[in-house]
Design a protein around this ligand. Structure first.
Ligand code: PEP
Ligand code: MN
Length: 365
């Protein structure tokens, strides 16, 4: 269901974001005054960096790890803001955090992945902000659930917050992938489709978990028309107290940003005409594809009726294995990948079985 959010456009409350992409950078955690000040000064010297981030209350998965410096970190952030002119942002997880952050002139708040999963917490945070229209960035929840993410954004919007931003930080996933958190790009893409006007940033640091994957992930986020990125940056990542493997130095951040290819969303008239031509070809092919799938399902139903009349089971494993093998070979010969054909066949097969079950269960009397 599309969402009707009442938002103030990003570039009217953060003019620096008008020249996209918006880059937010800073350490995972504030650790000492020197670390905050040095990192902020180095980041302020990179023109693309527009906002300074730092966590001071750290939600840790296991107890006993560094849980952040707390309120004294807010003073360091205030000082970093004074000295660099960069707006500052921190994570808040409860109404006390909100109060402290507001009292210390923090410019933007963000709600972390562990807090967004809980509608009670999101509601309390929205109410604690109570009418003061401070910008809030909402990370995706840990679990891949678009409705919870959208629900949190809607809840804050209903509490009167109109300067909202979503941050895609990947999703907890049981299977090991190269990523710390599976990106599942289709989820933020669907969020952008359902909430036009909602700026969506990517957090490649928490998606990747290791710095060598960050460059490609930032590029991908921008190629998917996300509005910017939040990248954890530490003056000395090897000695960081949290998220050591994924933080980059300001120098490395500068290099990542300088290597980005910024593609345009639209092109010249000739480009638009050619694109239109190719798109109408795709439209025709898709039409044929859908027609063929519908015809295939009709035949599948006929087979179902025939099996029913002869009291034969639906799933014929031998036939299915042979068919899969043949189709994959045919697909590979035409330049399609095995994985793609297999996924496609499995989906078509699943639908076919359901059709036959329906035929079997139909009361023919
Ligand atoms: C963070 O940004 O430092 C953080 C804790 O992020 P997340 O909530 O995405 O895990
Ligand atoms: Mn972190």
């Amino acid at each position: 269901m599309p969402s009707t959010l009442d938002l103030i456009p990003l570039d009217s409350w953060l003019p620096a974001a008008a020249t996209s992409p918006l880059v937010i950078a800073g350490p995972c955690s504030a650790e000492s005054e020197e670390q905050v000040m040095e990192t902020a000064a180095a980041l302020a010297a990179i023109p693309q960096v527009k906002v300074f981030r730092s966590g001071i209350w750290k939600p840790r998965t296991r107890p006993g790890a560094f849980e952040g410096v707390g309120i004294k970190g807010l003073k360091w952030l205030q000082k970093a803001k004074e000295q660099t002119g960069l707006p500052v942002t921190v994570e808040v997880a409860n109404p006390q955090h909100v109060q402290e952050a507001l009292d210390h002139g923090i410019d933007i708040l963000w709600i972390g992945a562990r807090t967004v999963v809980n509608p009670f917490s999101v509601q309390e945070i929205g109410e604690a902000i109570g009418g003061r229209d401070i910008p809030v960035m909402v990370k995706n929840p840990l679990n891949p659930d678009l409705n919870t993410w959208m629900g949190a954004i809607e809840r804050l919007n209903q509490s009167g917050l109109k300067r909202l931003v979503a941050i895609h930080r990947g999703f907890s996933f049981f299977n090991r992938t190269p990523y710390r958190n599976a990106p599942m790009w289709e989820i933020p893409i669907e969020l952008m489709r359902r909430c036009p006007g909602l700026p969506v940033l990517a957090d490649p640091s928490h998606i990747c978990g290791s710095r060598d994957l960050i460059q490609a992930t930032v590029q991908k986020a921008l190629d998917l028309e996300m509005h910017g990125v939040m990248i954890e940056t530490h003056i000395n990542p090897a000695r960081a107290l949290t998220d050591r493997n994924q933080q980059v130095t300001p120098e490395q951040l500068k290099e990542i940003l300088s290597k980005l290819i910024l593609r345009r969303k639209t092109g010249s008239i000739e480009f638009a005409n050619k694109l239109e031509e190719l798109r109408s070809e795709i439209d025709k092919l898709d039409e044929e594809l859908i027609d063929i799938l519908a015809r295939r399902m009709k035949v599948v139903e006929e087979i179902g009726a025939y099996k029913k009349a002869n009291r034969i089971t639906i799933l014929q494993l031998k036939r299915w294995s042979q068919l899969t093998k043949d189709r994959i070979e045919a697909g590979v010969r035409l330049g399609l990948s095995r994985e793609f054909i297999l996924k496609l066949l499995e989906s078509v097969h699943e639908e076919g079985i359901q059709r036959q079950i329906d035929v079997m269960n139909r009361d023919d009397a």
